[in-house]
Design a protein around this ligand. Structure first.
Ligand code: TMP
Length: 218
Protein backbone atom coordinates (compact mmCIF):
# COMPACT_ATOMS: atom_id res chain seq x y z
CA UNK A 1 0.00 0.00 0.00
CA UNK A 2 1.21 3.53 -0.76
CA UNK A 3 2.58 5.42 2.23
CA UNK A 4 -0.05 7.99 3.27
CA UNK A 5 2.43 10.61 4.45
CA UNK A 6 4.91 10.22 1.65
CA UNK A 7 4.92 12.99 -0.99
CA UNK A 8 7.33 13.35 -3.90
CA UNK A 9 7.96 16.30 -6.18
CA UNK A 10 9.12 15.63 -9.71
CA UNK A 11 9.84 17.57 -12.87
CA UNK A 12 12.53 18.63 -15.30
CA UNK A 13 15.37 21.05 -14.62
CA UNK A 14 14.56 24.42 -13.05
CA UNK A 15 10.98 23.56 -12.11
CA UNK A 16 11.38 25.16 -8.66
CA UNK A 17 11.00 21.96 -6.65
CA UNK A 18 13.28 22.93 -3.76
CA UNK A 19 11.49 26.24 -3.13
CA UNK A 20 8.12 24.53 -3.25
CA UNK A 21 9.21 21.74 -0.93
CA UNK A 22 10.32 24.27 1.69
CA UNK A 23 6.99 26.09 1.43
CA UNK A 24 4.99 22.87 1.67
CA UNK A 25 7.02 21.65 4.64
CA UNK A 26 6.43 24.97 6.42
CA UNK A 27 2.68 24.67 5.88
CA UNK A 28 2.60 21.14 7.26
CA UNK A 29 4.79 22.11 10.23
CA UNK A 30 2.46 25.02 10.97
CA UNK A 31 -0.26 22.39 11.36
CA UNK A 32 1.82 20.56 13.94
CA UNK A 33 3.20 17.85 11.67
CA UNK A 34 6.77 16.58 11.80
CA UNK A 35 8.23 16.69 8.31
CA UNK A 36 11.33 15.05 6.92
CA UNK A 37 12.53 16.90 3.82
CA UNK A 38 14.85 14.85 1.68
CA UNK A 39 16.10 14.47 -1.87
CA UNK A 40 17.31 12.10 -4.57
CA UNK A 41 19.85 11.18 -5.59
CA UNK A 42 20.93 11.50 -1.97
CA UNK A 43 19.09 11.85 1.31
CA UNK A 44 21.41 9.52 3.27
CA UNK A 45 25.20 9.51 3.67
CA UNK A 46 25.91 6.70 1.20
CA UNK A 47 23.33 7.97 -1.28
CA UNK A 48 24.87 11.46 -1.17
CA UNK A 49 28.27 9.92 -2.04
CA UNK A 50 26.67 8.14 -5.01
CA UNK A 51 25.02 11.45 -6.00
CA UNK A 52 28.42 12.95 -6.71
CA UNK A 53 29.08 10.21 -9.25
CA UNK A 54 25.83 11.03 -11.02
CA UNK A 55 25.47 14.80 -11.11
CA UNK A 56 29.03 15.80 -12.03
CA UNK A 57 31.34 15.05 -14.92
CA UNK A 58 30.90 14.20 -18.57
CA UNK A 59 27.37 13.62 -19.82
CA UNK A 60 28.59 10.33 -21.35
CA UNK A 61 30.38 9.06 -18.25
CA UNK A 62 27.95 6.16 -17.62
CA UNK A 63 26.10 3.69 -19.80
CA UNK A 64 22.35 4.02 -19.40
CA UNK A 65 22.19 0.72 -17.53
CA UNK A 66 24.99 1.57 -15.08
CA UNK A 67 23.42 4.94 -14.45
CA UNK A 68 20.01 3.44 -13.66
CA UNK A 69 21.67 0.97 -11.27
CA UNK A 70 23.54 3.77 -9.50
CA UNK A 71 20.28 5.67 -9.00
CA UNK A 72 18.67 2.54 -7.54
CA UNK A 73 21.69 1.86 -5.30
CA UNK A 74 21.35 5.40 -3.93
CA UNK A 75 17.59 4.92 -3.58
CA UNK A 76 17.98 1.65 -1.64
CA UNK A 77 20.23 3.46 0.86
CA UNK A 78 17.84 6.42 1.04
CA UNK A 79 14.84 4.15 1.70
CA UNK A 80 16.66 2.06 4.30
CA UNK A 81 18.32 4.88 6.23
CA UNK A 82 15.95 7.82 5.86
CA UNK A 83 12.52 7.29 4.30
CA UNK A 84 11.32 4.08 5.96
CA UNK A 85 12.54 5.06 9.45
CA UNK A 86 10.88 8.51 9.19
CA UNK A 87 7.58 7.01 8.04
CA UNK A 88 7.77 4.43 10.83
CA UNK A 89 8.11 7.30 13.33
CA UNK A 90 4.89 8.76 11.92
CA UNK A 91 6.58 11.69 10.18
CA UNK A 92 5.70 13.14 6.80
CA UNK A 93 8.36 12.60 4.17
CA UNK A 94 8.70 15.00 1.25
CA UNK A 95 11.28 13.93 -1.29
CA UNK A 96 12.73 16.13 -4.01
CA UNK A 97 12.59 13.45 -6.75
CA UNK A 98 12.09 9.69 -6.43
CA UNK A 99 11.58 6.72 -8.73
CA UNK A 100 9.66 8.65 -11.43
CA UNK A 101 12.86 10.57 -12.15
CA UNK A 102 14.59 7.31 -13.04
CA UNK A 103 11.71 6.37 -15.34
CA UNK A 104 11.80 9.78 -17.03
CA UNK A 105 15.57 10.38 -17.17
CA UNK A 106 17.10 6.91 -17.48
CA UNK A 107 14.05 5.47 -19.24
CA UNK A 108 15.30 7.29 -22.32
CA UNK A 109 18.34 5.00 -22.43
CA UNK A 110 17.22 1.65 -21.01
CA UNK A 111 13.86 -0.04 -21.40
CA UNK A 112 11.13 0.87 -18.93
CA UNK A 113 10.84 -2.84 -18.17
CA UNK A 114 14.37 -2.86 -16.70
CA UNK A 115 13.55 0.14 -14.50
CA UNK A 116 10.17 -1.21 -13.46
CA UNK A 117 11.76 -4.48 -12.33
CA UNK A 118 14.27 -2.57 -10.20
CA UNK A 119 11.45 -0.42 -8.87
CA UNK A 120 9.59 -3.53 -7.77
CA UNK A 121 12.65 -4.94 -6.00
CA UNK A 122 13.96 -1.75 -4.39
CA UNK A 123 10.85 0.34 -3.69
CA UNK A 124 8.20 -2.36 -3.47
CA UNK A 125 5.13 -1.13 -1.66
CA UNK A 126 6.78 2.05 -0.40
CA UNK A 127 5.46 4.29 -3.16
CA UNK A 128 4.39 7.85 -2.38
CA UNK A 129 0.71 8.55 -1.79
CA UNK A 130 1.04 11.73 -3.84
CA UNK A 131 3.45 12.79 -6.55
CA UNK A 132 3.39 16.41 -7.67
CA UNK A 133 4.76 16.81 -11.17
CA UNK A 134 5.93 20.38 -11.68
CA UNK A 135 5.51 21.12 -15.36
CA UNK A 136 6.87 24.05 -17.34
CA UNK A 137 8.27 24.70 -20.83
CA UNK A 138 11.76 23.28 -21.28
CA UNK A 139 13.28 26.61 -22.27
CA UNK A 140 11.98 28.36 -19.15
CA UNK A 141 13.22 25.56 -16.87
CA UNK A 142 16.70 25.44 -18.39
CA UNK A 143 17.03 29.22 -18.13
CA UNK A 144 16.09 29.09 -14.44
CA UNK A 145 18.48 26.21 -13.80
CA UNK A 146 21.27 28.10 -15.54
CA UNK A 147 20.82 31.21 -13.45
CA UNK A 148 20.78 29.05 -10.30
CA UNK A 149 24.07 27.39 -11.34
CA UNK A 150 25.51 30.87 -11.81
CA UNK A 151 24.54 31.74 -8.24
CA UNK A 152 25.74 28.70 -6.31
CA UNK A 153 28.64 27.92 -8.61
CA UNK A 154 28.19 24.18 -8.11
CA UNK A 155 29.25 21.71 -10.76
CA UNK A 156 26.09 19.63 -10.33
CA UNK A 157 24.95 20.25 -13.86
CA UNK A 158 25.63 16.99 -15.67
CA UNK A 159 21.96 16.45 -16.57
CA UNK A 160 21.37 20.10 -17.46
CA UNK A 161 24.06 19.71 -20.12
CA UNK A 162 22.12 16.94 -21.92
CA UNK A 163 20.75 18.07 -25.27
CA UNK A 164 17.45 19.82 -25.92
CA UNK A 165 15.70 16.69 -27.27
CA UNK A 166 16.55 14.90 -24.02
CA UNK A 167 14.79 17.61 -22.00
CA UNK A 168 11.74 17.66 -24.30
CA UNK A 169 11.42 13.86 -23.97
CA UNK A 170 11.79 14.22 -20.23
CA UNK A 171 8.86 16.61 -19.98
CA UNK A 172 6.72 14.23 -22.04
CA UNK A 173 7.81 11.25 -19.94
CA UNK A 174 6.69 12.95 -16.72
CA UNK A 175 3.34 13.89 -18.30
CA UNK A 176 2.88 10.27 -19.42
CA UNK A 177 3.54 9.01 -15.90
CA UNK A 178 0.87 11.40 -14.60
CA UNK A 179 -1.57 10.23 -17.28
CA UNK A 180 -0.97 6.57 -16.46
CA UNK A 181 -1.25 7.00 -12.70
CA UNK A 182 -3.82 9.76 -12.11
CA UNK A 183 -4.63 8.60 -8.59
CA UNK A 184 -1.07 9.08 -7.39
CA UNK A 185 0.09 11.94 -9.60
CA UNK A 186 -1.00 15.55 -10.08
CA UNK A 187 0.45 17.87 -12.70
CA UNK A 188 1.12 21.37 -11.37
CA UNK A 189 1.69 24.31 -13.71
CA UNK A 190 5.11 25.53 -12.51
CA UNK A 191 5.52 28.35 -15.03
CA UNK A 192 3.97 31.01 -12.77
CA UNK A 193 5.36 32.81 -9.76
CA UNK A 194 6.31 30.72 -6.69
CA UNK A 195 3.34 31.91 -4.60
CA UNK A 196 0.83 30.80 -7.24
CA UNK A 197 2.55 27.43 -7.60
CA UNK A 198 2.56 27.00 -3.80
CA UNK A 199 -1.20 27.68 -3.67
CA UNK A 200 -1.88 25.09 -6.36
CA UNK A 201 0.28 22.56 -4.52
CA UNK A 202 -1.43 23.15 -1.17
CA UNK A 203 -4.88 22.81 -2.72
CA UNK A 204 -3.85 19.49 -4.23
CA UNK A 205 -2.37 18.22 -0.97
CA UNK A 206 -5.51 19.15 0.95
CA UNK A 207 -7.78 17.56 -1.64
CA UNK A 208 -5.84 14.36 -2.07
CA UNK A 209 -4.50 13.73 1.42
CA UNK A 210 -7.40 14.99 3.52
CA UNK A 211 -7.80 11.92 5.79
CA UNK A 212 -4.22 11.93 7.16
CA UNK A 213 -4.26 15.72 7.54
CA UNK A 214 -7.57 15.96 9.39
CA UNK A 215 -6.77 12.93 11.52
CA UNK A 216 -3.78 14.76 12.90
CA UNK A 217 -5.30 18.15 13.40
CA UNK A 218 -7.88 17.91 16.09
P1 TMP B 1 18.34 17.84 -8.71
O1 TMP B 1 19.02 18.79 -9.62
O2 TMP B 1 16.86 17.92 -8.78
O3 TMP B 1 18.90 17.82 -7.33
O4 TMP B 1 18.60 16.35 -9.29
C1 TMP B 1 19.83 15.92 -9.66
C2 TMP B 1 19.81 15.38 -11.05
O5 TMP B 1 19.66 13.96 -11.04
C3 TMP B 1 18.71 15.92 -11.93
O6 TMP B 1 19.29 16.50 -13.06
C4 TMP B 1 17.91 14.71 -12.33
C5 TMP B 1 18.81 13.54 -12.10
N1 TMP B 1 18.15 12.29 -11.70
C6 TMP B 1 18.09 11.23 -12.60
O7 TMP B 1 18.57 11.36 -13.72
N2 TMP B 1 17.50 10.07 -12.21
C7 TMP B 1 16.99 9.89 -10.96
O8 TMP B 1 16.47 8.82 -10.64
C8 TMP B 1 17.05 11.01 -10.04
C9 TMP B 1 16.49 10.85 -8.66
C10 TMP B 1 17.63 12.18 -10.45
Amino acid sequence: MAQARFITLEGGEGAGKSTQIQLLAEKLRARGETVCVTREPGGAAGAEAIRQLLVTGETTRWSAKTEALLHFAARADHLERTIRPALARGEWVISDRFVDSTLAYQGQGVGLEFINELKEMVVGADMPALTLILDLPVEQGLARAKSRQGQDNSAEDRYERMDRAFHENLRQAFLNIAKNEPERCAVIDASGDPAAVATAIWQTVEQRLTPPLSRNCH
